[in-house]
Design a binder for this molecule. Structure first.
Ligand SMILES: C[S@@+](CC[C@H](N)C(=O)[O-])C[C@H]1O[C@@H](n2cnc3c(N)ncnc32)[C@H](O)[C@@H]1O
Length: 233
């Protein structure tokens, strides 16, 4: 009998002590086995996280508010809540489950961490990004993460291309809403092979971002290299 295993996208959330030791003793943290921390996850995530944390520190963004769109298990929102942000909103609607990811790939671990450590500054929203942003059109966040999410609006999920795919007009309205929600800086990552060539320009112009720079790149779950872009107003 073949046993199907659930896919895991991000590493498990480290406990509070380990999360704190990341910034208190970065060389020591890196010295301890990264394999152990990443476990069976398809993406190491710590590489992307440390790049973004470094970029935010260079911007003196301590105490910022954060919006993490398509947060999965909340890896980025959780760590940034502990390390840098005064409050964070993590949005996820579990549509990725259609590609074989299990419960631990979505909001359950983040809810458990919130219960365990009393992270009241963390708001966990189980809704489609587009519904959430449409319901709060006036709300702004200093820092927005949009990591490996938007290409799904073009191609859907796994063998279900219809899941989450949007028409051009609907996509443009979502990009505008993401831009309006960002008051300072947005970090964007996407699968270059699954969006049109002019995607980055379209996203930046719809969201009224004036500047864009590349922070570096990271290897995806399927082996392609994805840039991390920093977009500012
Ligand atoms: C490939 S994962 C990326 C997770 C995380 N941002 C990262 O880079 O590690 C994409 C996640 O976004 C979620 N997602 C995609 N489109 C969404 C939408 N429109 N609303 C809410 N969640 C969405 C999926 O369920 C999935 O968990």
């Amino acid at each position: 009998m073949e046993i199907e295993t659930e896919r895991i996208y991000q590493p498990p959330l480290p406990d509070l002590g380990s999360a704190l030791s990341m910034v208190g003793d970065l060389p020591g943290f890196l010295h301890r086995s990264i394999d152990e921390k990443v476990g069976l996850a398809e993406r190491a995530c710590y590489d992307r996280y440390l790049r973004i944390l470094n970029a935010l520190e260079l911007r003196s963004a301590f105490g910022s508010s954060l919006l993490d769109l398509g947060c999965a298990n909340g890896f980025f929102a959780y760590l940034l809540t502990i390390h840098l942000c005064s409050r964070a909103t993590a949005v996820e609607d579990t549509r990725g489950s259609t590609a074989g990811y299990g419960k631990s790939a979505f909001l359950e671990p983040l809810r458990e961490a919130q219960r365990q450590y009393g992270l009241e500054q963390l708001e966990i929203v189980e809704q489609p990004i587009e519904t959430f942003l449409a319901s709060q059109p006036e709300r702004r966040w200093d820092v927005v993460l949009c990591l490996s999410v938007l290409h799904h609006l073009y191609t859907g999920y796994g063998d279900r291309p219809e899941v989450g795919r949007m028409e051009a007009g609907e996509r443009r309205r979502l990009f505008e809403a993401i831009g309006r929600a960002t008051s300072s800086v947005l970090y964007l990552e996407f699968d270059h092979g699954r969006v049109p060539d002019d995607f980055l320009d379209d996203f930046a112009s719809a969201g009224a971002f004036a500047h864009c720079q590349t922070l570096g790149s990271s290897s995806s779950a399927v082996g392609d290299l994805r840039n991390i872009y920093e977009l500012t107003k």
